[in-house]
Design a protein around this ligand. Structure first.
Ligand code: ZN
Length: 430
């Protein structure tokens, strides 16, 4: 007798007709034709069951603050940072918690059950860290929330950041952040990377830096990040977020850089929505897309996970909590359109990011946490194309969110009575 049995699921790897049995919050069996009873049975009807979506790069202290204290008129990264600087002194613990927890409701509805959020530690009051540590506890039953101590105004550029970052880590923030390209000089940027990696090594923590989020081809902090990762023995525990300068770098230099990144087992976290919006701002035409070299990093064996970065905040007035929006943008901006590409992009919003975050028990295998999402789509490529309804969102074997299937009633004479968007795979393909 199981607690839950999902029948006839298609898995992201293409296996179909799969039953998934759950007991005590974990996957107890996963096979075709499981003959057993369960307290609850869900018929997946051949649709896709995926492990939950994972967002490895977010700013939960800023989310849903769009319009406070005013809108970002230029839409640039720098006006966003200036705006955040105006808002920051007015932030209260209560307002931060309210916005963050409200955002998490939206995340759950989209099957997004693990988030790594940067927390600005430039204001020595640390009201952001205090609030998000509380949010981490509040949402723990349904979202795995990791926090990064992020010196938004620069580790060396902001005089209070060094002490505040250390205090945030003492308070229980999980990961060491940084922003080397925002320091005053390239030398300061490199020094900040060395100092922050040393802190991580000393404390046994992971590192995730905003790195080279610029169109400047000579912004090469990722090279230093890889080298310091190796020097401090942090291989596999360090992520570079954004890495957009790689788009504009000289190809010969990149041919040396990517193998170095692979040697350091650096993880890459592109943020396709925000960076298609922010990069190329100094260009006329042709205008650069500004993404890091996603297919090349994947081909070199790096783990690449996509983040949202922002939802309705000073930097980005869009965003929906849906990681499939992110994969959809990445597919177009990178021109990764083959079947294998779509699988790789789906992995970049699920398993890859789980690996980057070091999530325990994540995945669709016996023994893993019974966390999964039933989508109104038949395979990962269709999921990215349709960004379909999440019919069931399951956490530890319990349904925590449900959305009815999207079905449109047609009143056209001689035509079908209803349209199900997941029913339009070309018929010759089947
Ligand atoms: Zn960010």
């Amino acid at each position: 007798m199981f607690d839950l049995l999902i029948r006839n699921a298609t898995l992201p790897d293409g296996r179909s007709g799969i039953d998934i049995a759950v007991r005590d919050g974990r996957i107890a069996a996963l096979d075709t034709g499981i003959a057993a009873e369960a307290a609850e049975v869900i018929d997946a009807q051949g649709l896709l069951v995926s492990p939950p979506f994972v967002d490895p790069h977010f700013h939960m202290d800023a989310t849903l603050s769009l319009g406070l204290p005013r809108m970002n008129v230029s839409g640039t990264l720098l006006e966003g940072i200036a705006l955040w600087g105006e808002l920051r002194p007015t932030l209260t613990r209560e307002a931060l918690i309210e916005r963050a927890v409200r955002y998490c409701d939206l995340a759950v509805s989209k099957g997004l059950l693990a988030i790594r959020s940067h927390v600005d530690v430039s204001d020595p009051r640390l009201v952001t860290a205090e609030a998000l540590l509380e949010v981490r506890e509040i949402v723990a039953p349904y979202i795995d929330l990791q926090l990064v101590a992020f010196p938004q105004d620069g580790y060396y550029r902001c005089p209070e950041a060094e002490a505040a970052l250390s205090r945030a880590l003492d308070m229980g923030v999980d990961i060491v952040g940084g922003i080397p390209h925002f320091e005053r000089t390239m030398a300061d940027g490199a020094a900040s990377i060395a100092a922050l990696c040393r802190i991580a090594a000393d404390r046994g923590l992971r590192v995730d830096m905003h790195c080279d989020e610029t169109d400047d081809p000579l912004s090469r902090h990722v090279e230093t990040l890889a080298a310091e990762t190796i020097r401090f023995g942090l291989q596999g525990r360090v992520a570079g977020s954004h890495l957009t300068s790689m788009h504009s770098m000289d190809n010969y230099y990149v041919s040396k850089l990517i193998p170095l990144m692979a040697e350091a087992q650096l993880h890459a976290i592109p943020n396709p929505l925000i960076n298609i919006m922010l990069q190329g701002r100094h260009d006329t035409y042709p205008k650069r897309r500004g993404h890091t070299r996603i297919p090349e990093l994947m081909a070199a064996g790096l783990t690449v996970g996509f983040g949202q970065d922002c939802v309705l905040d000073p930097w980005y007035s869009m965003g929906s909590g849906d990681l499939l929006d992110v994969a959809h943008m990445a597919l177009h901006a990178t021109q990764m359109g083959s079947g294998a590409d779509k699988r790789a992009l789906f992995d970049a919003v699920t398993v890859n990011s789980a690996k980057i975050m070091g999530l325990e028990g994540y995945g669709l295998e016996v023994g893993c946490h019974a966390d999964m999402v039933l989508l109104q789509a038949r395979d990962p490529g269709e999921a990215i194309r349709l960004r379909p309804n999440r019919l069931k969102v399951i956490r530890r074997g319990k349904v925590i969110a449900e959305t009815a299937p999207e079905v449109t009633r047609l009143t056209l004479s001689g035509r079908p009575e209803q349209v199900d968007p997941a029913d339009y795979a070309p018929r010759h393909a089947s």
